[in-house]
Design a protein around this ligand. Structure first.
Ligand SMILES: [Fe+2]
Ligand SMILES: [Fe+2]
Length: 468
């Protein structure tokens, strides 16, 4: 069963995705925060068994999505899940119900039981091959005591408010407790379980059904997992890098949602505080070393990028706070749809390493600057220019980057800072942050970055390392 679930409200998606996970034994749910986002997903592939969509959303309403479904003659059953009444829908959205028997409307409230029985009835009638679902309108025997929770869901938090279990085998009914109520856990704890689960093809952890009922009835206010910043031990940057991992996870499952935006604001404020500190220029190399020890390129390089780009700006005497903020937002989001650190490190489409990936992943990679720039622009909350930095972050000094092979003279000036900082960080990874190799990196960079908007930031980078 593959479901497209579209709603701009994070808590609505959180609540009902959990319900959907527990209706079907095997289910893949793709979440979107807007009609336009959902249209993009359908353009990639229209092979869904069910679409559930809100009506009122910024950046493409449920009716825009429905129009697309009509135009493309997509035959997937569609549930309009909205607080609008039937009466108002028929006046503001008269086209709805034009596909006989494939469309339905469900009143949106927080009643999870009602949602569950509606979906079961609708799917058993409308989705070919699912007629049996109605007769099994009960939780499968093995799941009576335990409810499924998708693994990535745990990444966003670090403290559990109830016991958490691991199922010992795909079909087994044995569960072992892995976290006690109140336990703190880290991303790496969850990744450890993920490795175990991948072996057996499961993608869920479990909580007691009693807890599931208790939390999901009041889920809106009381999720059973929380993100407690106080519980992250270590440096300020651990919080930023952990937050980056959470933003990345949210964006990959649901685009740039309001939670992702809120977390990015918090990170950017933290980064600006670090940069504004008097000894930031002196501390930069120790920041690089500390973060690099965490060794998760995807998250770490985004944070390092904010720091190096900010340091370059300071050495050019660009101390305007808004500039640092723009670069930091761009750093947080620039690779947000990529889930593979090896792919994220690639900066040239001709590289041999690309060929090892499946075609679909390569296509996603080629599109990521454009796709993420669109998402950021549509969110309409980020400072102007952030989308352009993201769009151009794989252009280069030779004018043969992607997606647009822009000549270095025509690039957005701020992106030159970003590109140099990004390239520099990649080289640092290559030499394993060995101080002794910095000089040769800078020498090679001086040859590469000697045109247009690259000249000034290049001088600044050189100054940074001759003064340290
Ligand atoms: Fe990157
Ligand atoms: Fe990238």
């Amino acid at each position: 069963m593959k479901i497209l679930f579209v709603d701009d409200d994070d808590s609505i998606r959180d609540l009902f995705v959990l319900v959907l996970d527990n209706i079907f034994d095997q289910v893949q749910i793709v979440e979107c925060t807007s009609g336009n986002n959902a249209i993009r997903r359908l353009q990639e592939s229209s092979e869904y068994d069910l679409i559930i969509s809100d009506f009122n959303m910024p950046n493409g309403t449920g009716s825009d999505l429905y129009d697309f479904i009509l135009t493309e003659k997509i035959k997937t059953p569609f549930v309009l899940f909205t607080t609008e009444s039937h009466q108002s829908i028929s006046s503001i959205f008269p086209k709805f119900h034009s596909r006989e028997n494939l469309d339905a409307q469900l009143a949106k409230n927080f009643d999870r039981k009602l949602f569950r029985s509606f979906v079961i009835e609708f799917v058993s009638k409308m989705v070919p091959g699912w007629g049996h679902l109605a007769s099994q309108d009960q939780v499968p025997a093995t799941e009576i005591n335990y409810s499924k929770v998708r693994l990535p869901y745990f990444w966003r938090f670090n403290t559990t408010l109830c016991d958490v279990y691991l199922r010992l085998s795909d079909s087994g009914s044995k569960y072992i407790k892995i976290f006690n109520q109140g336990d703190n856990y880290s991303r790496s704890d969850i990744d450890r379980f993920a490795t175990k689960l991948n072996v057996s093809n499961q993608k869920f952890l479990y909580i007691n059904s009693k807890d599931y009922d208790r939390f999901s009835t009041s889920f809106y206010q009381t999720p059973f997992l929380i993100f407690d910043k106080e519980k992250i031990l270590g440096q300020q940057e651990d919080v930023i890098v952990t937050t980056q991992a959470i933003i990345q996870e949210i964006a990959q499952s649901a685009g740039i949602s309001s939670t992702a935006i809120k977390l990015s604001d918090e990170s950017v404020n933290e980064i600006v505080k670090i940069v504004e500190n008097d000894d930031f220029k002196l501390k930069l190399s120790s920041i690089l070393k500390r973060v690099r020890e965490q060794k998760d390129y995807l998250y770490d390089h985004s944070y390092l990028l904010s720091c190096v780009a900010a340091a370059i700006c300071l050495h050019m005497d660009w101390t305007y706070k808004e500039t640092i903020r723009k670069l930091s937002y761009a750093a947080i989001f620039h690779d947000i749809t990529l889930d593979d650190p090896i792919l994220a490190k690639v900066d040239n489409l001709d590289l041999e390493v690309l060929r090892k990936f499946p075609k679909e992943k390569i296509r996603k990679y080629q599109k990521h600057p454009q796709e993420i720039a669109d998402m950021v622009r549509e969110a309409r909350v980020f400072p102007p220019g952030v989308d352009t930095i993201i769009l151009q972050h794989h252009e280069n000094a030779e004018g043969n980057g992607f997606p647009h092979q822009i000549s270095p003279l025509k690039l957005y000036p701020l992106v030159a800072v970003f590109i140099i900082a990004h390239d520099f960080i990649n080289r640092l990874y290559e030499v394993d942050f060995d101080n002794g190799k910095y000089e040769s990196i800078i020498a090679a960079f001086q040859k590469r970055y000697n045109t247009g908007h690259f000249k000034k930031p290049m001088e600044a980078l050189k100054k940074m390392y001759s003064s340290s």
